[in-house]
Design a protein around this ligand. Structure first.
Ligand code: ZN
Length: 563
């Protein structure tokens, strides 16, 4: 493709369009063309082998699911508009599966009777649907996508732990074998996600996820989940509350510079509308609120910043709102308010603030918890090292679900003593198309894609530069047959194009090894070999070509290192 649509802003989206790997049918809905499909199948096969090796059994579940089972677990509500819902000819509501916890749990409940039937590890590689509000980034965020999802069913926590560890290792193996170094980080498990959860991240400067990492101890977490030491705010001995005039000052920056106190000695008030009710959030002035932590804490469906009208309607003054003297509104405090004394807070009147506000002396909170967003430069909660922020693309997510689904769908088993217990679950996902796009995002240069060999659509780009009266066509044809017979996958560029066009396309497509058959080198009985990531080609005798190709490919096919 020569003309790239303007909405393609990410590198992987642009390169996959330009190289003819994908084509958009509708927003977030793509056709996978032959080159992409070859790579996807390679990724799928690596995943399949690792899932099988970790005790997984492959099956295939229906995409079309009765909406009823989504209502039974409460997830129809939690997914909201993200769930594609349709009605059949008998007016029965159905959903297109965005994931399969409900279906698989119901299935397992029908077959598992006793502890002897456990554990089970069941997976599929299948198309899923999610009505994303903003599909973007080519295959990064789509509405129809291929996913591997495995579900583990165990009799007890120790069993879940074993399944979880096996899966985490299988995931490390998958990324390493794909040639894509990934980092395993602690992740938010959502309001119903259960306990532990980890994501696997491909690190790229343009990734949509922020990761907080400690070089000291190796702690790494999605910023949605990351914790940090918040440090002391100071403030000295608690003093009596005093009003102070702050004409025209509303933001933390304005107030702290006007009163000449650091932001960490102020209290910031933020209003949220949580499932329709106003919630008052207070946090130290230098810290941002982490809305994911807040949402999980409150266990709500919808959380958003309140509008000015909503704040006014509750009788409060935006910009000078104070927790002191507040009534009738739920107050959530970040634990950073314990880190100091004599804070500056709002005065609940325009142009007025209060000095020497002390928590909990001067106001109460309904909940005190960590709801702050961790940042680079803060100290690691574990070792005190200085945290750094890096970016990545999430390419895998594993969860310990516990009994959320099995409780609701009645998936129980009889233990050794004949007591009925809920089965304990885990789930483990990889977005296959997303991994492909992330691979391009991580592996490219200014000329095009640079495929890691294990997931490249082909191993070799065979590039004859035809000229009448030379044996180029004949030699290239012979070489093609020889390589194919040896199991080397060859993309044979037999177009009558100029060397410039062919080389540019070879670089764009990013096939690992280019072999050029030209009249110039053939005159000396030689060919030109060039790995995509090398600058200069090497010249090799025609007879030595297959041996050298094997050598180069075997070196390039080594698994990547994975943290
Ligand atoms: Zn650390």
């Amino acid at each position: 493709m020569k003309e790239i649509p303007s909405e393609a802003v990410t590198v992987s989206h642009q390169l996959m369009l330009r190289s003819g790997m994908i084509n958009q049918l509708a927003a977030g809905v793509y056709s996978y063309l032959p080159l992409a499909w070859r790579s996807l199948r390679k990724i799928e096969n690596i995943i399949r082998e690792e899932m099988d090796a970790a005790g997984g059994q492959e099956l295939n579940l229906p995409v079309l699911q009765p909406l009823e089972i989504w209502q039974e677990t409460g997830r129809a509500l939690a997914f909201g508009k993200g769930l594609f819902v349709l009605t059949d000819r008998r007016e029965r509501p159905l959903a297109l599966g965005p994931t399969h916890e409900e279906v698989i749990t119901q299935l397992v409940s029908r077959y598992v009777q006793s502890y002897r039937d456990l554990p089970q590890r069941l997976y599929q590689i299948q198309t899923k649907f999610r009505d994303e509000p903003r599909p973007r980034g080519g295959l990064i965020r789509v509405r129809e996508f291929i996913m591997k999802d495995l579900y583990s069913f165990d009799a007890d926590e120790a069993g879940l732990e074993a399944s979880y560890r096996k899966m985490a290792q299988a995931y490390r193996n998958i990324y390493a074998r794909c040639g894509l170094p990934a980092l395993m980080v602690e992740a938010d498990s959502g309001a119903i996600g259960g306990k532990d959860s980890h994501e696997f991240m491909l690190l790229t400067a343009t990734g949509e996820d922020e990761i907080i990492r400690c070089p000291g101890c190796g702690y790494a977490a999605n910023v949605e989940k990351a914790q940090s030491q918040k440090g002391s705010a100071g403030g000295g001995k608690p003093l009596p509350v005093a009003e102070v005039a702050t004409p025209g000052m509303a933001t933390i920056e304005e107030v702290s510079s006007f009163l000449n106190v650091p932001a960490r000695q102020t209290i910031k008030a933020v209003f949220y509308t949580v499932d329709g009710a106003l919630v008052f959030v207070v946090i130290r002035g230098d810290l941002p609120v982490n809305e994911v932590k807040l949402k999980n804490l409150l266990g709500c469906v919808e959380l958003r910043l309140a509008t000015e009208a909503e704040v006014k309607a509750a009788g409060m003054v935006a910009g000078a709102a104070s927790p002191v003297g507040l009534r009738g509104v739920r107050v959530i405090a970040d634990d950073s308010l314990h880190s100091g004394t004599n804070f500056v807070a709002g005065g609940n009147r325009p142009d007025t603030h209060l000095r020497n506000v002390n928590f909990p002396r001067d106001f109460a909170a309904d909940i005190v918890a960590d709801i702050a967003r961790a940042r680079a430069g803060q100290q690691c909660a574990r070792c005190g090292g200085v945290l750094e922020a890096i970016r990545g693309i999430e390419v895998g997510h594993i969860f310990k679900l516990g009994t959320f689904f099995t409780d609701r769908l009645g998936a129980v088993f009889l233990d050794e003593k004949g007591v009925s217990r809920p089965i304990i679950m885990g789930c483990y996902g990889i977005g296959v198309g997303r991994l492909l796009a992330a691979a391009v995002e991580q592996n490219h240069d200014e000329r095009g894609i640079v495929w890691p060999l294990p997931i490249a659509p082909y191993h070799v780009y065979l590039c004859p530069l035809y000229r009448d009266g030379t044996p180029v066509a004949e030699i290239a044809g012979g070489l093609y047959r020889e390589l194919e017979a040896a199991g080397v996958e060859v993309l044979y560029d037999d177009r009558q194009e100029s060397p410039g066009v062919k080389f540019a396309d070879a670089d764009l497509l990013g096939i690992p090894l280019r072999i050029t058959v030209s009249p110039r080198t053939l005159a000396k009985g030689s060919l030109e070999l060039k790995l995509r990531w090398q600058k200069e080609p090497e010249i090799i005798a025609r007879e030595a070509a297959l041996g050298r190709v094997r050598e180069l490919l075997s070196a390039a096919g080594k698994p990547a290192s994975v943290a």
